[in-house]
Design a protein around this ligand. Structure first.
Ligand SMILES: Nc1ncnc2c1ncn2[C@@H]1O[C@H](COP(=O)(O)OP(=O)(O)OP(=O)(O)O)[C@@H](O)[C@H]1O
Length: 421
């Protein structure tokens, strides 16, 4: 059964002067793996030493692959023959900013394929109490999880200053931006998006992963308009029978037991699902205030005030998720019966789950994409930012960032997975 993969202390106890890039092994992914998470499921690959071919052309044509991914005409069964390096990816635009660095739209030099590159500054990671653990969890979970509505990880690598995750690019932007534009979404659209997210959460829970950060900002849209769940920085692999304790997540979306510092489990994700359904239908989450203390007080003590225009079915589902007692929450036991009960709820009466999971149901919003490289569904605040890499002076990195803290981070997905489209 699932085990907690990374012990922060183990990670930090490495040799303070080891060469990171050279002794960092490449971990190659496996296709279609969907069993419980375990370090044993990983295999080590070695580069075959072939010369890198330079196939860069001046113009690139993109076509839409089966999974809503943009691939260029040049991408003909690319087999990576070396550890990836930042120079293998040409930056095109800034897409967003995360806690540890920027997320860039990049083009892979050899294939012309577009990816999202999440950069994480080692110095910032090391300064945060659980930074190393969070980062390794994110990389590990992204590698293992293969689901139609979860962002795919293709490569992970590092240089002296930064870690890099090369992720499936979501050209449709954040669901949050579409929500902000329309203020609130019609119930059918909410049922559609939350059904795709429910399918993703059930998949994670079956693998023993608590997602812990469900909110509209982490729900991106792919080129076809399907949901792509991203940002696994806070996710955690739960030990069987054990609970998590740490405070994580965005306060408005946090379950009462998390805010109270009590042990918690999978059911925190279903609480957040209740908040998300409310937020998408109403235009703001149910418990808001101008300071943390008041938000916490409302979440812990008050009942959500659901406006009159929310249908009885949606109201019923929200109430079933927003139970203060996690044991009474819909989905709390993480059993097949629980998952069926969610899928059979009247809110989802029009959803054919099999078709949904085969990506056969048409999404309510088709993102407007005239040029996939233009990042037109992302805020100007980011896309107009200069993309020059801010140099970090390695001499000033805190003790530990030169160590083996990040050993094992490097990863190349299997060629079948990379060339899936
Ligand atoms: N795969 C992707 N495709 C397109 N854009 C992305 C992708 N991943 C992230 N982004 C953009 O970058 C932003 C920040 O990414 P992300 O949420 O993963 O960072 P983070 O450090 O985990 O953020 P947080 O501080 O919320 O935990 C996202 O809100 C989104 O706009």
């Amino acid at each position: 059964m699932p085990v907690f993969l990374f012990d922060e202390q183990d990670c930090l106890n490495g040799d303070a002067h080891s060469e990171l890039s050279s002794d960092d092994e490449v971990v190659e992914g496996m296709d279609g793996y969907s069993g419980p998470l375990s370090f044993k499921n990983l295999c080590i690959s070695e580069g075959n030493g072939k010369e890198e071919e330079d196939s860069k052309e001046d113009t690139v044509e993109y076509k839409l692959g089966e999974d809503g991914d943009f691939v260029s005409e040049r991408n003909n069964n690319f087999v990576p023959d070396h550890k990836m390096h930042p120079n293998d990816f040409h930056p095109i635009a800034v897409l967003g900013r995360g806690s540890y660095g920027k997320v860039l739209l990049v083009e892979q030099g050899q294939t012309g394929r577009l990816f999202a590159q999440k950069q994480l500054k080692k110095a910032s990671i090391i300064l945060r109490a659980k930074g190393v653990q969070q980062t390794k969890n994110e990389r590990q979970i992204l590698e293992e999880v293969r689901h139609p509505f979860i962002c795919r990880l293709y490569y992970a690598f590092q240089d002296l200053d930064r870690l890099y995750l090369i992720l499936q690019y979501a050209p449709g932007g954040e669901l949050f931006a579409h929500l902000a534009e329309q203020r609130m979404l019609p119930e059918e659209s909410v049922a559609y998006y939350t059904a795709e997210l429910t399918s993703a959460l059930i998949h994670l829970h079956k693998l023993g992963i608590v997602y812990r950060d469900l909110k509209p900002e982490n729900c991106l849209l792919d080129a076809e308009g399907h949901v792509m769940l991203t940002d696994f920085g806070l996710s955690k692999v739960a030990e069987v029978g054990a609970n998590c304790h740490s405070f994580v997540g965005t306060e408005e979306y946090c379950a009462p037991e998390v805010l109270l510092g009590q042990p918690y489990d999978y059911s925190v994700d279903w609480w957040s699902m209740g908040i998300l359904i409310y937020d998408l239908l109403v235009g703001s989450p149910p418990f808001t205030a101008n300071n943390h203390k008041k938000i916490t007080e409302k979440i812990v003590r008050t009942k959500a005030n659901i406006p009159f225009y929310v249908s009885p079915d949606a109201r019923d589902l929200i109430n079933k998720y927003l139970k203060k007692n996690p044991k009474q929450r819909l989905g709390a036991n993480n059993t097949a019966t629980d998952h069926e009960a969610i899928k059979k709820h009247r809110m989802y009466r029009k959803i054919n789950w099999e078709k949904l999971e085969n990506r056969e149901l048409p999404p309510p919003i088709i993102p407007c994409i005239t040029d996939p490289a233009a990042a037109e569904n992302f805020s100007d605040e980011f896309t107009k930012m200069p993309i020059s890499v801010t140099p970090i002076c390695s001499d000033n990195l805190p003790v530990g960032s030169h160590s083996s803290a990040f050993r094992g981070f490097t990863y190349v997905a299997s060629p079948n997975f990379i060339n899936h489209n």
